[in-house]
Design a binder for this molecule. Sequence first.
Ligand code: PRT
Ligand code: ZN
Length: 212
Amino acid sequence: MTKLRIGIQKSGRLHEDSMKLLKECGIDVSNGVNKLKTEASNFPLEVFFLRDDDIPQYVEDAVADIGIVGENVVYEKNKRITVVEKLGFGKCRLSVAVRKGDDYDGPAFLEGKRIATTYPVLVDRFLKEHGVSADIHEISGSVEIAPGIGLAEAICDLVSSGSTLFMNGLKEVHPILQSQAVLVRNNGLDQDRMDILHKLLFRIQAVKKARN
Ligand code: PRT
Ligand code: ZN
């Protein structure tokens, strides 16, 4: 029998809510620690636990049929996959931030400056849209410390409460993307898999309604 393979974050900010969503959909998935994959006992679903950054590629390559990942990752990776449904958790925004004392008067402030980020593709698009040329420094983590150590004059990073920026003497000046967790799918799913996806979506939509 065909099973739908879903990629979800192995650990991190989206893991718990992704598992909870499946559970509220009435799908029993055991979460074995350090397991790479598991199967639902009462729904044709196989769950792969992955790094969030890898999920778009796995879904494009049909290693997984569907996945749960932040829109920030979906648009940064820019793979040929389809966003099927917004899931209402993992909400944050990708924002430009500068030092607290700086006079930011619009994107032109960034002209000729160094911007540290984990999202070079989205930052590059933002700069191009505003006709600004700046130096993008791609770093893989702790972006918020870059201005303090003299690596960059500005950063572009995910923000939710704003406390990380505040604690590092920075201020948010320009949101460039609003993000939340979404369900994505491979573009070439066969009919059997589409049928299972529709059953899953029906349940997800019911859960979302009940939460509102
Ligand atoms: O190990 P893996 O690669 O899977 O995980 P990861 O470390 O890359 O990602 P993780 O678990 O940190 O985040 C997964 C997803 O959660 C992100 O891709 C977003 O879609 C979503 N999300 C929601 C966030 C935040 N809110 C968030 N606040 N991801 C990261 N942050 C970080 C941000 O980078 C900054 O360091 O939290 C800090 C800011 O938070 P505040 O509350 O201080 O503003
Ligand atoms: Zn990641």
